[in-house]
Structures are given as C-alpha cells and as structure tokens.
Design a protein around this ligand. Structure first.
Ligand code: FAD
Length: 327
C-alpha cells in the first residue's frame, strides 16, 4: 500500500468540495487491507473508506488516512435452476456493473441503473430506486473485520438492510471493509415497472432489462443533476417515517401531504414535499443550495465548502421541523 501525503479530495467526492486528506492510499488487495490495519495500529489517527464519494460530505480537511477502495473483478460464479449468482469486487463502478449484468443477459438490477458510486458501498445504505432496493437482489456480502483482519461473509438477514440503512451503517459502523458483493439474479425476470413515470414510458412495449435500464437512465438524467456539472450527492434528505396517528394529525392540517403506507402501521412521508413547502426548492445561499428540480438534492453551484453545504442542510431541517412541528 503506497501512502501519499496531502492529497486533494475534490476528485473523490461528487459534491466537488475542496478538502485535503493528510494521508491517502489505494486499496487494491487483501495485502493492502492488512497494511491499512497495521498502519492504523501504529498511528494515533483514523481512516476513512471511500468508494465513489457520492454519499459523503467533507466538512473539513481529513486528518487521517483516506483509503480509496479499488478492489476489482466481476463474474458469474454459479447458476442453479432458478437463478444466476454474480459476484463483484467492492471497487467496481455500480452503474458499469449493472450494465455488464445486462450485457450478460441477466435481469434484476436494471431499476438501479445510473446510481453513482461503487458496488462495495451499495449495501451500506441499501441503495434503492424505482421500486427496487439492493435487498431484493442481494445474496451475500464479503467483508474484512478491521479489528481482527479476518474475512467473513454476511447473508442477507445479517446485513439487516432497511430503508437507506444496514448493519454496516448502524451496529457494525466502521468495523468492516466490504470487499465483494454477490447478487442472486432470477432466470425468470421479475420486472418492476409500476413506478410512476416509468410505467407510462413503457406502456405497450416489449419489456427487456436493457429497455428498462435505458428508460430509467433517461428519467434520472432529466431529474437529477449530473455531479460532473453540478456537485451533489443525490437525495441528501431522507423521507421521515412516522406512526399512522402522527401522519393523520399532519394530514388534517396539510391535506396535500403525500404519505406512503409501510409495514407496522407506519407511513413514509415525502421529505421533498415538506422542503418544497418551506420554500427551499431552487434556493441558494452563496454557492450552496437546493436543486431547483428536486427538493431533496443539496447542490454545490461552484465553490461552496462542505461547511456551507452543511449550513444549508441544517437550515432546511430546522425550517421543516419548525413549520411542521416535527422533531
Ligand atoms: C446524482 C446522484 C444520484 C443518486 N441516486 C441514488 C439513488 O437513486 N438511490 C440511492 O440509494 N442512492 C443514490 N445516491 C447516493 C449514492 O450514489 C449511493 O449511496 C452509493 O451507494 C454511494 O457509493 P459510493 O461508492 O460513492 O460511496 P461513498 O460515498 O464513497 O461512501 C459512502 C459510505 O460508505 C462507506 N464505504 C464506501 N465503500 C466502502 C466499503 N467497501 N466498505 C465499507 N464501507 C464503505 C464510506 O466510508 C461512507 O461511509 C445518489 C448520488 C448521486 C450523486
């Protein structure tokens, strides 16, 4: 593992904010992971695992070692009567991996096309889009325990995947470096095209993974800013989930409030609607602001710092809590 000092993190985060890593290294093998663990034991400094940097906000310079995950490789590793099992290294680009599965004639990941970032980060927040979440196609996750250096495999239940959540983001936070992910892709395609916006575009057409993927790419490109043009990390704010009774109280006051019933008598409400109602959509504070076409997306219009973006995020949250009496 080669360690470089004072590396700009601007190319390593999709917000495009300036930040300097005190130390930086590429992680390309198990040997590099062992060296990372040894480095950590010898230094009184932390480390940060970074994939595509599309779900990170650097508020300051990073005092420690940024470990850029570059573990590569993808292959169909098994097939049974129902499904193919596909394994990809954590450092593979998620979107390129999805398109590769489509080129192999495998269906199942098409709805998750064009999500930025890496395969290894996908289980961390159980990525989801257009009616599919990673949990729907996951078989297992391989990871190295950074306390012991030992590799282990997590089955789907052990990953504890929830709405933008997982074991790796909660109880296991910071303990594991995900090295590879295996997906179970059924031979009989289970198309999910009922999602608003997708359904109309595919009405009457012969479905294929490629067509669904192309359609979703076009929809995403029309709605979300391209990080290469406007710095962003996709949806920055999560949709609140509340009890049915709390939702009813809100709904009585705000009849238009969209709510989506979940399990356990809970309701997911639209954070985009709440933020829009507070007048934040399209608003700017210097170079930091909220995207004009999508209220969940925090954007860097140019030279915003991580602190500027964080300040806007906190103001957005405070306005929503204040206006709707949410905590
Ligand atoms: C334009 C845009 C659109 C987006 N759309 C969606 C969407 O539709 N759905 C969705 O769910 N997300 C979306 N996102 C968010 C983001 O793409 C995902 O969260 C993605 O999985 C992050 O991957 P990454 O490699 O960039 O992770 P990073 O930002 O590099 O890291 C995210 C977290 O994972 C940790 N991490 C990274 N790699 C590893 C590893 N190998 N082992 C252990 N920990 C690791 C990091 O330490 C960090 O805590 C979007 C982002 C953008 C910019």
């Amino acid at each position: 593992m080669d360690i470089i000092e004072q590396v700009s993190l601007k190319p390593y985060n999709t917000f495009g904010v300036a930040s300097i890593a005190q130390y930086f290294a590429e992680i390309e093998s198990k040997k590099d992971i062992d060296e990372l663990i040894a480095w950590h034991q010898q230094h009184d400094l932390g480390y940060l695992l970074v994939g595509g940097g599309s779900n990170l906000l650097f508020k300051n310079d990073y005092q420690g070692l940024v470990a850029h995950i570059q573990l590569k490789g993808k292959a169909v590793i098994a097939t049974d009567s129902d499904a193919s099992y596909v394994r990809a290294g954590a450092g593979e680009s998620w979107h390129k991996f999805v398109r590769w599965t489509i080129n192999q004639g495998l269906a199942g990941l098409e709805n998750l096309s064009l999500i930025p970032g890496t395969v290894g980060a996908a289980p961390i927040q159980n990525i989801g889009a257009y009616g599919i979440e990673l949990v729907d196609r996951l078989h297992s996750v391989e990871a190295v325990d950074l306390e012991t250096g030992k590799s282990r495999e997590f089955d789907v239940a052990e990953c504890q995947l929830g709405y933008r959540d997982s074991y790796f983001k909660s109880v296991g936070l910071g303990r594991y470096l995900i090295t590879a992910v295996t997906f179970r892709l059924p031979h009989k395609p289970e198309w999910k095209v009922a999602y608003a916006g997708v359904k109309d575009k595919l009405e009457g057409k012969a479905l294929s993974s490629r067509l669904i993927s192309d359609t979703i790419i076009a929809i995403r490109q029309s709605k979300l800013p391209d990080p290469a043009v406007i710095g962003n990390a996709g949806s920055f704010f999560k949709n609140p989930i509340m009890s049915e009774s709390a939702w009813q109280v809100l709904k009585d006051k705000h009849a238009d409030l969209p709510g989506y019933p979940q399990d356990n008598q809970r309701v997911k409400i639209s954070a985009a609607w709440l933020i829009d109602q507070c007048g934040w959509k399209g608003k700017k504070q210097g170079s930091a602001g909220v995207y004009d076409k999508h209220a969940l997306v925090l954007v860097n219009h140019g030279d915003a710092t991580g602190a500027d973006l964080w300040e806007v995020a906190e103001s957005v949250i405070a306005s929503v809590e204040d206006k709707f009496a949410l905590t």
